[in-house]
Ligand binder design. Structure first.
Ligand code: NAD
Length: 477
């Protein structure tokens, strides 16, 4: 049994009252680690440590901060395999993703943040008149709080912490109660790399330590990656604090007859909704819109691709689809299979849950890759985020209809367009109401490009300037 601790003020500490939460391996259902169940006292301690470290960190020349961020990048390079394995054990995200995709990117991301420190201190000069000068200064907010979800803790941790630190903020990270272990292990590795209090990690429940941090007057900026519901709760609790919200989605993947259908098949199944963390990714292409002329052919292709998925132990590199993260999430996904049936959706494949899906791992939270077809986009299974390997396909006749269906959603996170028609591709990039459009690809999130949403999917994105505010000065000579 592993025991992880919080990182507060450079020290690894249990929660103030000694309470812990169990970390469950979702492939087996077994408890494998314990993490602090932090509360108000731990929130107070983390804020105090972050505030104490703030003057020196924010006053440090930007290139000095870059030096520290590069050392963090080196930790990722050295411990990639260990961190990937912990994360996979903790949340069931397949090792193929954590080891081959997420961790290599982290080293690059921290180096990128180190390279952007000067952007955070660059201002403008405006000549207002012969004797009057306007200046802008960028300043860090102060203490930045990062609230992160369970589905890719290391990546979301890095996307927030690296840029917040680069901009001169000190940081508190609240990982998700279902999967905190990889971030807390990182805390052990970083305890001696960053000055004490510059980075603080406190695990625990959202409505407990999470809310205490959100309400705290010593926190100056909040970035959440999580559900829209939590975004609403934080908006109500935070008071006047600047917020960055990366929230849920119901992203459409639109397939036109002129597309490379082999690539599109891979794109809408493997890379999007099934292998992509068993659909537990914010950008999951959970609505597949298919042109009527290729409807039957694409359903056959998608069925064949799904039949080739290898479900099993996520720590096995041969596995291409893992379990659902927790018992609670499993119940939620399973409930949508019942909703789909009640709504009259036609099951194309899947629809099964439980031990029979992966007989070798009977304690795991398994949902088979599932596809339904419907024609009514107002159904709950078309509008609500299921967050599991459950997709719904809808036919369309024209570009206009595809666009209307795609945009008919409260969410607006991402979309995929599969076509060889350049003009059509650009029209959809222009007209889709979302933060990211992928053309002939899916789920590519290179650092350096903005990543965020519109509508109920949030606003803002984790980049260095998002962690700064601007001050103006008018100087009369
Ligand atoms: P969640 O909203 O339940 O939890 C996210 C985090 O918020 C957790 O750390 C949780 O403890 C904390 N939290 C919950 N209530 C809180 C409160 N009242 N105050 C402070 N903190 C609180 O989300 P989840 O189930 O962990 O993750 C899944 C959701 O995240 C999905 O909706 C998914 O689409 C979204 N997500 C979005 C992105 C993106 O970049 N847009 C990426 C990954 C996941």
């Amino acid at each position: 049994m592993m025991e992880y601790r919080n990182l507060i003020g450079g020290r690894l500490v249990p929660s103030a009252d000694g309470r812990t939460l169990d970390s469950v391996n979702p492939a087996t259902g077994e408890v494998w680690a314990r993490v602090p169940a932090s509360g108000r006292a731990d929130a107070e301690a983390a804020v105090a440590a972050a505030r104490a470290a703030l003057p020196a960190w924010s006053a440090m020349p930007a290139l000095g901060r870059a030096h520290f961020l590069r050392q963090v990048a080196a930790v990722f390079a050295e411990h990639a395999e260990e961190l990937a394995t912990i994360e996979t054990r903790d949340n069931g995200r397949i090792l193929r993703d954590t080891l081959k995709r997420d961790l290599p990117g982290m080293r690059f991301l921290w180096e990128l943040a180190a390279g952007q420190v000067l952007d955070a201190v660059r201002g403008d000069t405006v000549i207002l008149g012969p004797d009057s000068l306007g200046l802008t200064r960028r300043e860090p907010y102060g203490v930045a709080l990062a609230v992160i979800p369970w589905n890719s803790p290391i990546s979301t941790f890095s996307a927030k912490a690296a840029f917040a630190l680069a901009a001169g903020n000190t940081v508190i990270v609240k990982p998700a109660e279902q999967a905190s272990a990889s971030v807390l292990r990182l805390g052990e590795l970083l305890a001696d790399v960053l000055p004490p209090g510059v980075l603080n990690l406190v695990s625990g429940m959202g409505e407990d330590v999470g809310e205490a941090l959100v309400r705290h007057r010593g926190v100056n900026k909040i970035s959440l990656t999580g559900s829209t519901q939590t975004g609403v709760a934080i908006t109500q609790a935070a008071g006047i604090k600047p917020l960055t919200f990366e929230l849920g989605g119901k992203s459409p993947n639109i397939v036109f007859p002129d597309a490379d259908l082999d690539a599109a098949t891979q794109g809408v199944t493997v890379n999007s909704i099934y292998t992509g963390n068993a659909g537990q990714v914010c950008v999951a292409g959970s609505r597949i819109l298919i042109h009527r002329s290729i409807w039957e052919e694409m359903l056959e292709r998608i069925s064949a691709a799904a039949a080739g998925l290898v479900l099993g132990d996520p720590l096995d590199l041969a596995t291409t689809m893992g379990p659902i993260v927790s018992a609670g999430q499993y119940e939620r996904v399973a409930s949508y299979l019942e909703i789909a049936e009640k709504e009259g959706a036609r099951l194309v494949f899947g629809g099964r849950t439980g031990a029979e899906v992966v007989p070798g791992l009977p304690g795991g939270y398994w949902v088979a890759p599932t596809l339904y077809t419907v024609t009514d986009n107002t159904l709950r299974i078309c509008q609500e985020e299921i967050f599991g390997p459950v997709a719904v396909a809808l036919p369309f006749e024209s570009d206009e209809e595809a666009l209307a269906l795609a945009n008919d959603s409260d969410y607006g996170l991402a979309a995929g367009v599969w076509t060889r028609d350049l003009a059509r591709a650009h029209r959809f990039v222009r007209d889709l109401e979302c933060g990211t459009v992928w053309v002939n690809t899916f789920r590519q999130m290179p650092p350096g490009l903005p990543f965020g949403g519109v509508k109920d999917s949030g606003y803002g994105h984790d980049a260095v300037l998002e962690y700064t505010r601007e001050k103006a000065a008018i100087i009369n000579l």
